[in-house]
Every structure is written in structure tokens, then in C-alpha cells.
Design a protein around this ligand. Structure first.
Ligand SMILES: Nc1ncnc2c1ncn2[C@@H]1O[C@H](COP(=O)(O)OP(=O)(O)OP(=O)(O)O)[C@@H](O)[C@H]1O
Length: 244
């Protein structure tokens, strides 16, 4: 683990979108084989940071290296699985037919269809139309598409939004299994209780990185009992610093 180079290295990244500085001077490493959570309120820049890592966001300045290549390099296309907040499966196709379609588009092996169905526990729904899936099953179907071709890095934009606690748990079990199999995962959330399930956290606010580190280290640094409290302490720390 110690000799592994980081999955993602970001240096002094700034992204201006319209009149907003969506990301302001972000520097961070995402260790390989970890789940790193991007945590912060709506509009803090989580999606913009994920888009920049995936290589679909024009950046204003700074550097992003993903799996040893500059973000957006064509060799990365097959190595990154990206799940956006928008639905990514066709309602009028079954789960299996969706996966057959995407595996052709992505040039993945035919055996990937069964593999990703098993990895996401979608066996019982494999022949159901996507339109009949529940919210949790739909999230797993989007994840299944992203797992086609065995990517080394998964980028998941708020994958658990709207899911009840049981489905939420199921999805996190899948993320942990994928991580244990060696995958690097970046996952965004504005729900603090997800934070404790991550190996590393990046706390964002108004496009700035407030802090990063393991959940335990962040709690320790602030002396807070929960990540939510630590986040509030860090915001207060920053505000005090700003007015000094
Ligand atoms: N297409 C766009 N044009 C201009 N500004 C944008 C655009 N998309 C996002 N922004 C702005 O960039 C900032 C960061 O947005 P971003 O979508 O990255 O936040 P987020 O943390 O992912 O929010 P959410 O949790 O609501 O998805 C916000 O102030 C937003 O208004």
C-alpha cells in the first residue's frame, strides 16, 4: 500500500464556471485503493471536482493527474467508471439488455454483463425493464454500467441520494467490496453520516477545501464527536481566520 502511487493528484486547481469560482486552489491526493468522500453542502463544488477528475470539465488553472496520466487523456476512458446524478439506463430495455448495449459501446468483454450483474446483486432484476426498478435497484444498475470493462477508479456523484437506510447500506457494502478488491473510489455526498464510511474525506465549502484526512483524524484535529461537528468547527475556524 505504501508504495502505491496516488490514484489522483490535484495541484492548485481552480475552476471558474460562469461568474462563480466553483473550485478555488484545491490541492489533494486520492490514495489508490481508498474510498475518498467529497463532503459539503449543495453548490460547494463536488460535481465540478468530479467532472475535472473525469476530464469533462474545462479547468482555469492547476494540474490533475489520474492513474499517472493528465486528466482527460484518452487512455483513461476505459479506466474510469463515472456515475453522474442523471439516470444512465434506458427505461425501455431490461437491465441485461442495457448492460449488453453499454458493453458493446465500451468495447468490454461479453462476460462483463454477468460479472457486473453479480457484483451489484441485480440477478433477480436482470430481465426486468429498467422502468420497473426501484430507486435502489436503479442506482445499482447505473453502478453496473460504470463497472463495465473493470475500471480502476470509480467516480460516483451522490449515488445514495433518495435511498432509504437499508438500500443505502446495501450500496455501501458494494462500495466496500469493490474497494477491498483494489478499486479506488471517489464518492460525493452532502450527508454527513456517509462520511464515516469513507477511508478519507475532503471537506469542501464554497469551492475551497476546508480540510482533508481520515474521518478519525478530522475528528481528532477538532476534538469533535462526529464528522458533522468537525465540519462546523472547521467552518468556524476558517471564519475566525478570515476576519483576523
Ligand atoms: N454550468 C454551470 N455554469 C455556471 N455555474 C455553474 C455551472 N454548474 C455549476 N455551477 C456553479 O458552480 C458551483 C459548484 O457547483 P457544483 O455543481 O460543483 O456543486 P455541488 O457541490 O456538486 O452541488 P450539489 O450537491 O447541489 O450537486 C455552484 O455555485 C454552481 O452554481
Amino acid at each position: 500500500m505504501l508504495n502505491k502511487s496516488p490514484a489522483v493528484q490535484i495541484g492548485e486547481l481552480t475552476v471558474v464556471r460562469g461568474r462563480t469560482t466553483a473550485l478555488n486552489d484545491i490541492t489533494l491526493d486520492v490514495p489508490a485503493g481508498h474510498i475518498v468522500g467529497l463532503i459539503g453542502p449543495s453548490g460547494c463544488g463536488k460535481t465540478t471536482l468530479m467532472r475535472a477528475i473525469v476530464g469533462v470539465q474545462r479547468i482555469t488553472s492547476g494540474r490533475i493527474t489520474v492513474l499517472g496520466e493528465a486528466a482527460g487523456h484518452r487512455s483513461l476512458r476505459s479506466q474510469i467508471g463515472y456515475v453522474t446524478q442523471a439516470p444512465s439506463v434506458y427505461d425501455d430495455l431490461s437491465v441485461r439488455d442495457n448492460l449488453r448495449y453499454f458493453r458493446r459501446v465500451l468495447g468490454a468483454p461479453a462476460s462483463d454483463v454477468d460479472r457486473v450483474i453479480a457484483q451489484t446483486g441485480l440477478g433477480p432484476q436482470a430481465d426486468s425493464l429498467a422502468e420497473s426498478l426501484s430507486g435502489g435497484q436503479r442506482s445499482r444498475a447505473s453502478l453496473a454500467v460504470a463497472l463495465m470493462g473493470s475500471p480502476r477508479l470509480l467516480v460516483l456523484d451522490e449515488p445514495t441520494v433518495g435511498l432509504d437506510p437499508v438500500l443505502h447500506n446495501d450500496l455501501w457494502d458494494i462500495f466496500h467490496r469493490l474497494r477491498d478488491a483494489g478499486m479506488s473510489i471517489i464518492v460525493s455526498s452532502h450527508v454527513m453520516d456517509e462520511a464515516s464510511r469513507c477511508d478519507g474525506l475532503v471537506l469542501l465549502r464554497d469551492g475551497r477545501m476546508l480540510a482533508s484526512g481520515s474521518p478519525a483524524a478530522l475528528r481528532e484535529r477538532t476534538g469533535a464527536a462526529s464528522i458533522e461537528e468537525a465540519f462546523i468547527d472547521l467552518i468556524n475556524e476558517q471564519s475566525t481566520g478570515d476576519t483576523r
